[in-house]
Design a protein around this ligand. Sequence first.
Ligand SMILES: [Cu+2]
Length: 64
Amino acid sequence: MATVKVSGMTCDGCAAAVKRAVEKAAPGARATVSLGRGEVEIEGATDLAAAKAAIVAAGFGVAE
Ligand SMILES: [Cu+2]
């Protein structure tokens, strides 16, 4: 499991968008977004770089 810090999420819509982006970019992965902590936990076989790129493409920021 990996935890990625995500910036720019302000509402449940943002959280849902991040979840969708990660799960689309990394098939088989399961993403659990915490809006309060500003992060997403990613479980499953995951191309983390692709997941981060998808988050950025969706309009949010990721921390290393
Ligand atoms: Cu939002």
